[in-house]
Design a protein around this ligand. Structure first.
Ligand code: PMP
Length: 295
């Protein structure tokens, strides 16, 4: 996929620059050790302009991860939001994906470095796993401890890339990942919900990346009178599920067709996930759901 051309701009260290002219330091600590922090946001065209869904929550999560890793984030959150809108405008994008990346400067030692760089990229991106329901497999690549799993740190995604690559080689669309205790975390880049007897179950916080879409799904379910349970989920429960879906900014709400060859007994269009998906689409394209919009 071509992410940019000669006319594509990024925000890089305080200025809007052509992506093709940006130079990244080969001695950047994160290039070697994986300690950069990223976010993934989506902008949607609404009846009242373009809205970036829950922009503040995404940048707050980035700020928390930066503090945890000792990487400086030298911009107030309001400015990061404003910059993202401006970049969409410069690149002429409406429905689009936004990828901020905060990474430490040149430092070959293993201790945190005060210098950091901020890059924001935007591009047009369909749903990460496509528009159809997906076939998943439980990966044998285990995620390490919760501290690491809870922040959107680049190095954490080594496990996701390994798991997804192995799953694709076996004909699946994506992988379900377990933590070191053997509990379900979610998919390689999204949270997982299963449905059992009209109740939605999802792995509890502590061993998951606490997704902003996951939280939105929990809130929508509450509004719709659907019972939800957040708990440690055992892989055996996946094999008993009536239906399942993934939730994340990149995948949005994606239905699950099968897990390890077992087709979900409830068809997607009859599932709770399908109803949630309809509400989710309404929400993200509703201008009232956005703090700011770009006309
Ligand atoms: N889990 C993982 C491992 C992810 O990479 C993502 C995507 N950021 C999510 C869950 C979903 O998070 P969000 O809904 O905030 O995009």
């Amino acid at each position: 996929m071509n992410y940019y051309d000669d006319q594509t701009y990024a925000f890089f260290d305080g200025a809007y620059s052509k992506v093709s002219e940006i130079r990244i330091d080969p001695f950047s600590q994160s290039l070697h050790y994986g300690n950069s922090i990223f976010e993934g946001l989506r902008a949607y065209k609404t009846s009242n302009g373009i809205g970036i869904f829950k922009a503040r929550k995404h940048f707050e999560r980035m700020a928390e991860a930066a503090a945890r890793l000792g990487v400086a984030l030298p911009y107030p959150i309001d400015e990061l939001i404003q910059t993202s809108y401006r970049l969409l405008e410069i690149n002429g994008l409406q429905d689009a994906y936004i990828r901020p990346l905060l990474y430490p400067g040149a430092n070959m030692s293993l201790s945190a470095t005060p210098e950091s760089h901020l890059l924001i990229l935007t591009w047009k991106w369909g749903r990460l796993l496509g528009d159809s329901c997906v076939n998943l497999t439980v990966s044998d690549v285990r995620l390490p401890d919760a501290n690491f799993i809870e922040a959107k740190v680049s190095g954490r995604y080594v496990h996701s890339v390994m798991a997804t690559t192995a799953a694709r080689a076996r004909g699946f669309n994506d992988a379900i990942m377990l933590d070191s205790r053997g509990h379900v975390c979610g998919a390689a880049g999204a949270n997982l919900f299963i449905e059992k007897n009209e109740v939605l179950l999802t792995p509890a916080r502590g061993n998951i990346l606490p997704g902003i879409t996951r939280q939105t799904v929990l809130e929508l379910a509450k509004d719709m009178g659907i019972q939800t349970i957040e708990k440690d989920l055992d892989p055996s429960e996946l094999a008993q599920a009536d239906a399942a879906f993934l939730a994340g900014t990149a995948v949005e709400i994606t239905g699950v067709e099968s897990i390890d060859g077992r087709t979900m007994p409830t068809p997607w269009t009859d599932s709770i996930g399908y109803m949630i998906n309809r509400q989710y689409k309404k929400l993200v394209t509703n201008s009232n759901a956005h703090e700011w919009t770009l006309i």
